[in-house]
Design a protein around this ligand. Structure first.
Ligand code: ADP
Length: 277
């Protein structure tokens, strides 16, 4: 009888806890689906103005005015960023549609020098940096040959740099470091962005890589964003077999560091195949 009672009680316990967890999950699931739907709709909606901006920029570019180098430079930046944004939107759409984040990230690996992309990125952020009165330093060797998906690694750099600029009040400093570390069997591409910004509390540091999570709502809300950047950044680092981490002190600043490993031989092969001058 005693054994039977124990069995009965534990069965009831299991049923009750299942019922409770099911009920507790429902609002979370609803919110998650709503957010997915929102991202999908927003991506669709963004495409239309973006294609208008792109064709207008291209039309302006056709009337080239070599006597105005500033105009030419700004047009170049505009075109570059609009194209990049349309790529990002396509990706966001894929991310919202797919059930697994990893499935959306398909890598096209190649060997390339990432330094020019970092310079172009700094160029693109020049206006934002000036407008906020920040200083920025890019610390990278020339060249810095890495192996990985070019667009994705560049996107990863943009996400971290954009955040550093967004979450650093005027007068602050942002530093971007790119370097390569050689090991016996593989190389590591190391990328870090440090800022002297608002920082992130230890509790928030555990959650900021989750989709849609935004720390300290009141302060972050001032800066537009949906809490997607870092989850995409993490997914890019991890699909490359790498990792991303954060070190931060509230009101002092943050350092986001990424390590992406790649086969040293791949880079050697690529280098050997280059024509010697
Ligand atoms: P978003 O910036 O769009 O909100 P992210 O996923 O890129 O989304 O970042 C998630 C949250 O992490 C941000 O809302 C912000 O609270 C915090 N965060 C990210 N980068 C920094 C940074 N460099 N300094 C301070 N807080 C940051």
């Amino acid at each position: 009888i005693f054994a039977g009672m124990t069995l009965l009680f534990s069965a009831i316990g299991v049923l009750v806890s299942r019922w409770m967890s099911k009920r507790a999950l429902q609002p979370v699931e609803i919110a998650y689906n709503l957010q997915k739907e929102f991202v999908s709709n927003a991506s669709h909606e963004l495409r239309t103005p973006l294609s208008v901006i792109l064709s207008a920029t291209e039309a302006l570019g056709m009337e080239s005015d070599k006597s105005n180098p500033f105009r030419e430079k700004m047009l170049g930046t505009l075109k570059h960023e609009v194209k990049r944004m349309s790529g990002l939107i396509t990706e966001l759409l894929a991310l919202a549609k797919s059930d697994s984040e990893q499935a959306a990230v398909k890598l096209r690996k190649e060997q390339f020098d990432i330094r020019p992309a970092a310079e172009q990125m700094v160029e693109s952020f020049t206006n934002a940096i000036r407008a906020k009165g920040l200083s920025l330093k890019l610390d990278a060797p020339v060249p810095i040959e890495v192996v990985g998906d070019r667009d994705k690694l560049i996107q990863l750099m943009y996400i971290l740099t954009d955040n550093a600029i967004k979450y650093t009040p005027s007068g602050g400093h942002v530093e971007i470091k790119l370097k390569k570390q050689n090991h016996k069997k593989h190389d590591d591409f190391l990328f870090s962005v440090s800022d002297t910004g608002i920082g992130i509390s230890p509790e928030d540091q555990k959650k900021i890589f989750e989709r849609f999570y935004r720390a300290d709502k009141t302060r972050s809300r001032k800066e537009g964003g949906y809490g997607l950047g870092l989850s995409i950044a993490q997914s890019i680092a991890e699909t490359h077999g790498g990792a991303i981490k954060v070190e931060s002190t509230p009101d002092r600043g943050s350092v986001f560091s990424v390590a992406i490993p790649f086969e040293a031989e791949t880079a050697q092969l690529g280098r050997a195949a280059e024509p010697s001058v």
